[in-house]
Structure formats: structure tokens, C-alpha cells
Design a protein around this ligand. Structure first.
Ligand code: GLC
Length: 754
């Protein structure tokens, strides 16, 4: 590192336009064209006007020649060339930063983040991020726009696939693990990339699950639900933060000094670089909070946006704003200095190529070890939602029919799969053939994964395969293009052709007495009662990544048990949305979710989910004893702040084979200054037991676990009575054990969950 003094000396030599350019992030297309022509002969004043929509950015050539970062893709050779060409013409020799979306893997793609949430395993998330970083850094990248720390309870929102689910506490554990995986111990390490937590904050609360729509979030919800994962990412050292497209309390995140300076930096202690989302600074104009690009630049700078991604408000507006005394030069300097510090932490001033290395790229990208890790991760994320004994498939089966659009589909990667390629995936039927022999597996897709009508011939082939089989694997699901950004859906269900195909298959199988195991590919909770009601087994594969086909075969054949548990509730109906485990009790509580006796709920259907948070079966069965608590209260006489209550429970494997259960702890604060959730997920332990084996599992409950934002928005604990519950899911919990907190935590100013 060259150090702070050298960075400040560099800053002092920069012109206003060079500072504006350093705070600008552009697509690679701009650099490829401008740098190919060498330094701008005309002083860089001419507008660089590439064909297509990039033209209206009105980016000047001089901006490209002095830009600070590139939004692009990977490739060690190309990014080395680009860096060299850029530095060759750069006046101040400040290296470019290369950033992109390595969300769940670069070329070796892991299960989508919501599936990784189902692992309930921070160590797994960290190791997947580490592999992604290794591939990304070797391929020339310096920053990934991950982890996504958004909180969402609405499966209509396509980007729920990028979250890790509905528990703010679990989200925090997994966000911190991802940051540590990406960044390693030192950003200058050639296998590390800087992590950019996003989208700060509240994007997942878009109204109706409608992408980019308005949000209306109380400060309490913001602090209790949306901020915890970001706080955990900050505490883990996240080097960048990306403000959201959306509003917080009526103000777009990119224009909110309260959000970005008071909360993010002041309360949460973030000291890194903020980078806007794509065009979000210019979008302050359609948001109606800026009249033009100059005012957009003025407001974003005042809010604390350091880097403007893919719009030109800073590039064309900062220098004039400074001249007109409408921008604070100190704020411009602080933004640019943070960018320079990040480059210095990455070691770019000594080695502008960081980890970019063609030989290493060739050795690590999609190597066997990474592919094996992806296969392992996929099995650990898959969730067995239902099983009457149909799974695992019996080894003696003579012929298995694999039917449905995912029988031979290779699009298993899900949204934001970076450099992942469908052709790297092994379709499910092929994976089963490789294990059982081609003669024992017959595949018949029947229909596509999108909305193409069911083809009669295709259906006939499916039914023929079903009638000739000893067992059926019905492989269905949403198409990956229907998930991720700009993929909100009013109806998170299977497409009609697939529902028709499933009905026909289940009818035919029932007539023949043939067992059916449904395998569901999804990037979000889907409403699929037709599968659960009629198939003998229902395995949620998510979008399982590069090795997802092999992993699904491993699970179907029983070589791996499905270890995933739901990180997000699966609704009984679309009308229920949002449905989640940590609901508040209401003044008219309802145990069954119906409002018949004037309780909270619906008349036509229970508000309880089809599958609850934490739900997931294994291939054996478990019995949970009654939990016990080791003491009646926190603080006994003379005890220190590290005192704790211990809740413990005996768990036994009562089934025929070794298996894993996720023992879960939930808490409830019975009376407080604000209404508190019926269940707050606060602990888990994965237990693997042989048949007949028993283990006692203990959870330590200390005072910090009982804190919340009180009626004056202070982050405190209050004395009172609490219940603790344990069980294998939010819907299968023990009777409560009681304990008390005799003295609350001293008052604290309002602020983040620290
Ligand atoms: C997108 C996404 C953001 C991503 C960025 C760069 O619009 O909102 O998550 O990191 O642009 O691709």
C-alpha cells in the first residue's frame, strides 16, 4: 500500500474533472473504443457516442480516459490489456477498478442465494464465496456486487432469489460469512475481491412485490428487518455498499443523507465506498426529486454517493457545480479519497493487475474441486418438502421415467449466474443415466419450462414413459429467466402447461400404482399445492447451480440426504402473501389462521403457510423431547453481563438410516413496550445421528439476544418474561419453556442493531 499521505498528495493533483471521472463507473464498451484510439486528441471534450442506448449518457472521451472503475465481466488477459492501455494514457496513473456481479459463483455456479439460505450454514456460504472470489480474482476482477443483504417476504418479487430468506438474524450470519469469503483476510491477497453489500436499504419491501416500485417502511421495520444483515456485513468488513434504486421514507436511497451518512456511516460504522446502482443517480429525475442531471449530481453527492454507476451526472456535472458553489469540494474530495483508499487496500498502486493471471485463471475456473464443491452445496441446499417413502428411489427399480421440462433441461443456474454456462450443467435424466445405466432411465420432457402449450405428441410420449416405468420423477419448475431483477410476477405458480402435464402424469401414475417423486426447480417460494397434494414426494431443488443435475440424482438415489430447510415460508395461496414465521400476535390472535370467530386471518383460507420457515425432511425420522431450561432467569445475584440461560432438548433418530435434523430455537418476548413477534428465530444446530442414537442439544440465550427497538427506537432489552421453543421447523415446535430477564440493558441512543 502507498498509504494515506501519498493518496492525499495524489488527490491534490487531480482537477475537478478528473475527480468527477474517478467517481464515474462505466461499461467496458466505452473503454474498448476510446482507448483503442489512444489519448483523446481534442482534449477529450467531444462526446463519445457509442451506438445504442449508451449514447444518451453523453459521456465525454476525457471522462473515459480518467474514469475510476469499470462495470464489466471477467477475463484475465483482456482486463490486463485494458488496465495497461488505460494506464498508458492516464495522466496520474491511477489504476482502474474492475467490478461485476459475482453473486453465487463466477463460472462455477453455486445454488442461488435463497437456496444457500436453505443450507443454514455460514461455513458453506463462506466457502462458496471464497471459491467465487478465487475464480473472480484470477479472472481480473477486484470487486463483486455481493452479498445482496436485502430482506424480503414477498415471493412475487423476482429478486427474492438473491436474498437468503425471511429471517433477519439468519441473513446477518450469512451476509457476514459471504463478506469474509469474498474478502479473505486481506484485500491485497490475489485471491480476494472486495465485497459490495447491496441494496441499501429496503428494496425488498417494494409494494406488491412490484420491481422498482415504492416502498413504505416504518423506521422500526427498517431497523429490525432490513438493516441487520447490512450491519453484520459492515461488522465483517464489507468494503463497499450499494444504495438501492428505491425509496426510504419517500427519499430515493441515492439522495438520502439520513440513510447514507447518518445511518450507514454514522450509526452502523461503514467507512467504505458507496457505489450507486445502475443509473440510479440519473433516476433521481424520474423519481421527481431532481429537475435535471445537475441537481441529481448535487443531491447524490450531498447524500454520500461516492461512485456513480452508468450515468453521467457526476462526469458532466460536478465541475460546474463546484464552480457554481453548489457542491461542497470537501464532499467531492472525501468521495474520491475513499475510492483511492479502496484501490490502495487492493494493492493496485503496486500491482494494477491484482490477481489477474491467465495461468491461474485456467487452473482454477471450473476446476474439478470447485465443481465438486458446487455439487456438495447443491445437495445441502435442496429441501425435501414432502415424502411418503417414495424417496429415496429404490435401487432395484428397473425403469425410471424422468418427465417434465426439467428432465433434460440444462438451465439450472438461476438468475445472476455471471460467467456460468448452461452447457456446463448435466441435466437430471442424464445424471441418473450415468448412475443407473441408460436402459433404466427414460426421459420425456412433455413441455418447455415457459408457457408453450402442451404438445399432444409430447404428452403422449410422457404418458407412455410413465406407464412403462416402476417410478416417475416429475421434474418441473419456473424458468430462470422468470426470476431475478425485473422479474416480478403476480402469480408465483407453475405455468399452466406444466400444471396440466403434472395432472396428467399424476393421474396416469395413480392408475398404474406407480410412485411419483416431483422435483421442483425454483428461485423463489412457489405456490404448488397440486404437487404436494398428489405426488408421493416433493423435492425442492431451487436453481442448484452448475452441478445441480448430479446433486439432484445424488439425493433422489439416497447417496445424499436433502439437508436444506426453508429460509422462506412457502404460501398456501398467492392471496396470503406476505406470510412469514415472525408474525405479530394481533389483538385478536388466531391459532389456525382463520378469522371465523373474529380473530386475525381470512375467512376462506388459513393464513398459515403450506410449508413453514425451517421446514425440511430427511430420509429418516426424529423425535424431539420436551425442552428444559437450566435456570429461571437472567441475572442471578452478582452475575456479570455474560450470564446466560441454557435451553436444551434431547433429539433421537427414530428411523431406519443415519440422518440429519436442524434443531431450531425460537424466542418470544411476551410483554414489551412494542408488540413483539410470536416467534423470533435465534438459533440452530445441525445434528447427524445414526438410527437409535440420541443427542442432547443446548442453546445459550444471553441478554443481547433479547434486544429490540423499543417504543422510543432505542435498541434495548426490557425486563420481563420470555418463552423459548425448539423443534425442526417454525410449524413443529415444542411447548414453550419460560425464563425471565430480571433487569434490562441500560438505555442506548436509537441506532443500529449493535
Ligand atoms: C443492477 C442491479 C444491481 C447490480 C448492478 C450492476 O441493476 O440492481 O444489483 O449490481 O445493476 O450490474
Amino acid at each position: 500500500m502507498i498509504g494515506e499521505a501519498a493518496l492525499r498528495a495524489l488527490l491534490s493533483r487531480m482537477t475537478p474533472d478528473e475527480k468527477a471521472a474517478q467517481a464515474t463507473q462505466l461499461y467496458e464498451a466505452f473503454f474498448d473504443a476510446v482507448l483503442a484510439e489512444g489519448a483523446p486528441a481534442d482534449g477529450g471534450g467531444a462526446v463519445f457516442d457509442p451506438t445504442g442506448p449508451l449514447g444518451d449518457l453523453r459521456i465525454r472521451r476525457a471522462t473515459v480516459a480518467a474514469a475510476g472503475s469499470v462495470l464489466g465481466s471477467s477475463g484475465a488477459a483482456r482486463l490486463r490489456r485494458l488496465q495497461d492501455a488505460y494506464l498508458a494514457q492516464s495522466r496520474l496513473k491511477i489504476p482502474l477498478l474492475f467490478m461485476t456481479d459475482v453473486i453465487h459463483g463466477l463460472r462455477t455456479v453455486f445454488p442461488v442465494p435463497l437456496a444457500l439460505g436453505a443450507s443454514f450454514d455460514p461455513a458453506l456460504v463462506r466457502s462458496c464465496a471464497r471459491i467465487a472470489a478465487t475464480e473472480a480474482a484470477a479472472s481480473g476482477l477486484h470487486v463483486t456486487f455481493a452479498p445482496m443483504c436485502d430482506f424480503c417476504r414477498d415471493p412475487r418479487w423476482g429478486r427474492i432469489t438473491e436474498t437468503t430468506g425471511e429471517s433477519p438474524w439468519l441473513n446477518g450470519l450469512l451476509a457476514a460469512a459471504a463478506v469474509r469469503g469474498y474478502q479473505g483476510g486481506d484485500l491485497a491477497d490475489p485471491s480476494s475481491v472486495a465485497a459490495c453489500m447491496k441494496h441499501f436499504a429496503g428494496y425488498g419491501a417494494v409494494e406488491g412485490g412490484r420491481e422498482y416500485d415504492e416502498t413504505d417502511i416504518s423506521e422500526r421495520s427498517l431497523r429490525a428487518l432490513h438493516l441487520p444483515a447490512f450491519q453484520a456485513a459492515v461488522d465483517a468488513g464489507a468494503a463497499l455498499a450499494m444504495p438501492a434504486f428505491t425509496l426510504v421514507d419517500g427519499v430515493p436511497a441515492a439522495a438520502s443523507p439520513w440513510l447514507l451518512r447518518t445511518v450507514l456511516r454514522g450509526e452502523m460504522g461503514f467507512a467504505g465506498v458507496t457505489v450507486s446502482d445502475w443509473g440510479a443517480v440519473a433516476e433521481l429525475i424520474p423519481h421527481g426529486v431532481a429537475a435535471d442531471r445537475g441537481e441529481a449530481a448535487e443531491k447524490a453527492l450531498r447524500a454520500g454517493v461516492d461512485v456513480e454507476m452508468m450515468s453521467s451526472c457526476y462526469a458532466n456535472g460536478l465541475a460546474p457545480l463546484l464552480l457554481a458553489d453548489r457542491a461542497d469540494p470537501a464532499q467531492v474530495d472525501e468521495a474520491v479519497l475513499r475510492i483511492l483508499r479502496l484501490k490502495d487496500r487492493l494493492g493496485l498502486f503496486e500491482d494494477p493487475h491484482h490477481g489477474a493471471d491467465e495461468a491461474r485463471e485456467k487452473a482454477v475456473v471450473l476446476c474439478d474441486a470447485h465443481r465438486a464443491a458446487s455439487r456438495d452445496a447443491a445437495a445441502r441446499c435442496m429441501v425435501l418438502l414432502a415424502n411418503d417413502g417414495t424417496l429415496p428411489l429404490r435401487p432395484a427399480l428397473r425403469r425410471i421415467a424422468v418427465v417434465g421440462p426439467y428432465a433434460e433441461a440444462a438451465h439450472l443456474l438461476g438468475a445472476w449466474a455471471c460467467d456460468g454456462r448452461d452447457e456446463d450443467c448435466v441435466p437430471l435424466a442424464e445424471a441418473l443415466r450415468r448412475r443407473l445405466g441408460a436402459d433404466r432411465v427414460v426421459a420425456a420432457p412433455g413441455c418447455a419450462a415457459l408457457d408453450e402449450a402442451l404438445d399432444p405428441d409430447g404428452l403422449a410420449a410422457v404418458l407412455a414413459a410413465v406407464r412403462a416405468a416402476d417410478a416417475v420423477v416429475l421434474a418441473v419448475g419456473e424458468h430462470p429467466s422468470r426470476t431475478g431483477e425485473a422479474a416480478s410476477r403476480t402469480d408465483p405458480v407453475l405455468p399452466a402447461p406444466q400444471r396440466a402435464l403434472a395432472d396428467a402424469v399424476l393421474d396416469a401414475a395413480r392408475a398404474a400404482g406407480t410412485p411419483v417423486a416431483a422435483v421442483l426447480y425454483a428461485g423463489r417460494p412457489l405456490v404448488v399445492p397440486e404437487l404436494d397434494d398428489r405426488a408421493g414426494a416433493l423435492l425442492l431443488a431451487w436453481f442448484p447451480g452448475t452441478a445441480g443435475g448430479e446433486a439432484a440424482a445424488d439425493v433422489l438415489l439416497g447417496d445424499r440426504e436433502p439437508e436444506g430447510r426453508l429460509p422462506a415460508s412457502f404460501p398456501e395461496s398467492v392471496g396470503q402473501i406476505p406470510v412469514h414465521h415472525d408474525r405479530l400476535p394481533s389483538g385478536r390472535p388466531s391459532a389456525d389462521g382463520f378469522s371465523n370467530g373474529y380473530q386475525v386471518g381470512y375467512r376462506d383460507r388459513s393464513f398459515l403457510p403450506r410449508f413453514a420457515f425451517g421446514h425440511g425432511l430427511s430420509y429418516t425420522t426424529f423425535a424431539y423431547g420436551a425442552p428444559s431450561v437450566d435456570r429461571p432467569a437472567l441475572w442471578q445475584e452478582g452475575e456479570g453481563a455474560d450470564a446466560a440461560v441454557t435451553v436444551s432438548v434431547a433429539v433421537a433418530n427414530t428411523g431406519p438410516r443415519t440422518g440429519t435434523t436442524l434443531v431450531q430455537l425460537y424466542l418470544r418476548d411476551l410483554v414489551a413496550s412494542v408488540s413483539r413477534p410470536l416467534l423470533s428465530f435465534r438459533g440452530f444446530e445441525r445434528v447427524r445421528l445414526a438410527p437409535g442414537q440420541t443427542r442432547r442439544v443446548s442453546f445459550r440465550i444471553d441478554e443481547p439476544m433479547l434486544r429490540f427497538h423499543d417504543d422510543r427506537m432505542r435498541f434495548v432489552s426490557e425486563p420481563g418474561d420470555f418463552h423459548a421453543f425448539v423443534g425442526p421447523s417454525a410449524a413443529r415446535l415444542s411447548d414453550p419453556v419460560a425464563f425471565a430477564l430480571r433487569a434490562g440493558r441500560p438505555d442506548r441512543a436509537a441506532g443500529g442493531a449493535r
